[in-house]
Ligand binder design. Structure first.
Ligand SMILES: NC(=O)c1ccc[n+]([C@@H]2O[C@H](COP(=O)([O-])OP(=O)(O)OC[C@H]3O[C@@H](n4cnc5c(N)ncnc54)[C@H](OP(=O)(O)O)[C@@H]3O)[C@@H](O)[C@H]2O)c1
Length: 330
């Protein structure tokens, strides 16, 4: 823990695209400071550190975790690295926020969660959507029964992805494919609405030239018969909204549902649209959650528990088993 109680010192592993967004958001969190950055290439890590006034740059995770002044680490590397890097952080007693998907399969996550408990260290998956202000509003509508009993959900997450076989999206060695990269958001919001995991999944997938799913359609079926139907794809831009239908009305989380600032509550012919803007880019809310959890000595967030992450991983494992997607390293 850093010596200055007022400042919360972050480390970042993987100075890539999303790490920039995270580093920018730190500026909107009082007391948060980017202390250190690590990457495979020291000069890239140094450039990144310089851009955000970070104090140190390292060329490996092992070097980063030896820094005694870190209060927490954010892992922003491709999917296949999360497990190993989170392991190293937890072994060194560093609280850790891991980009989605937190691991590649449920077995890996179970092992990380067990380690976090044994070491008494905080662990959370960075599914930032559920901390956005508009989702607090939606939660209130659901709790108040404004749309009655939830019966059905439909959603899409689609964009035209760069078809680079070595890139993160299409490369099987980096656990590419739509399910783990973007379908995870449809699943996570479904689990968040239902506060339970589906008992059945029905999925179809179409594979890319590299052998990962580039178009996937799924029906997640809950024990009480509620169905969540979603499509994820790298082939085309989709509507990218998320509908929650109840027996008394419906909610539209407006595009793009994963970074939404607007939602509509529709009852009969009456539609009310609510807007909740971010303070900066939306990442600030999950950062605040981690700071609060670590400062109050919690091992997991009550809004993104280990059971939540495990449930999402188990749903993705079931879908992958159904569509026959195994990664070369599994
Ligand atoms: N929350 C969100 O909204 C959101 C959005 C996009 C992505 N993500 C997640 O964030 C993570 C990173 O995605 P990104 O789009 O930021 O990826 P990216 O731009 O490719 O950055 C990943 C970084 O990881 C490091 N790295 C280590 N091994 C690598 C390898 N074999 N190939 C490529 N990079 C490697 C690289 O830094 P060095 O080369 O310096 O080591 C690179 O800068 C993924 O888990 C992704 O699912 C989240």
């Amino acid at each position: 823990m850093s010596k200055d109680k007022g400042i919360f010192r972050w480390g970042i592993i993987g100075p890539g695209r999303i790490a920039h967004k995270f580093a920018q958001a730190l500026r909107a969190v009082p007391g948060a400071h980017l202390h250190a950055v690590s990457g495979r290439d020291l000069s890239r890590a140094r450039d990144f550190a310089r851009s955000y006034d970070a104090d140190y740059a390292y060329d490996s995770t092992e070097a980063l975790v030896k820094d005694d002044n870190l209060d927490a680490v954010y892992i922003a590397t491709p999917h296949t690295y999360h497990y190993e890097q989170a392991n190293i952080c937890l072994e060194h007693g560093k609280p850790v926020l891991v980009e989605k998907p937190v691991t590649v399969n449920a077995g890996q996550f179970q092992s990380l969660a067990t380690l976090a408990q044994r070491k008494n260290v905080f662990l959370m998956e960075a599914l930032w959507t559920r901390y956005l202000p508009i989702y607090q509003e939606i939660r209130q509508w659901l709790n108040e029964g404004r749309i009655g009993e939830v019966r059905l959900m439909t959603s899409t997450f689609g964009f035209k992805g760069e078809r680079d076989p070595k890139g993160r999206l299409f490369n099987p060695q980096l656990a590419g494919g739509t399910l783990l990269d973007i379908g995870i958001y449809n699943i996570a919001v479904t689990h968040w609405v239902m506060a339970s995991h589906p008992t059945e999944v029905n999925t179809q997938a179409w594979f890319s030239h590299t052998g990962v799913d580039e178009l996937l359609t799924a029906n997640l079926i809950h024990a009480n018969g509620v169905v969540s139907q979603f499509t994820s794809t790298f082939l085309t831009e989709c509507q990218n909204d998320f509908w929650i239908y109840g027996d008394a009305g419906r909610i539209q989380v407006r595009r793009r549902f994963w970074d939404a600032t607007q939602a509509s509550l529709i009852i009969d012919d009456h539609e009310k649209t609510t807007t909740r803007r971010y303070r900066l880019n939306g990442f600030e809310y999950q950062i605040e959650e981690v700071v609060d959890c670590v400062r109050t000595g919690r091992l997991e967030s009550s809004r993104m528990t280990h059971a939540d992450s495990l449930g999402i991983q188990q749903t993705m494992d079931r879908i992958r088993a159904q569509i026959g997607l195994r990664y070369p390293f599994e």
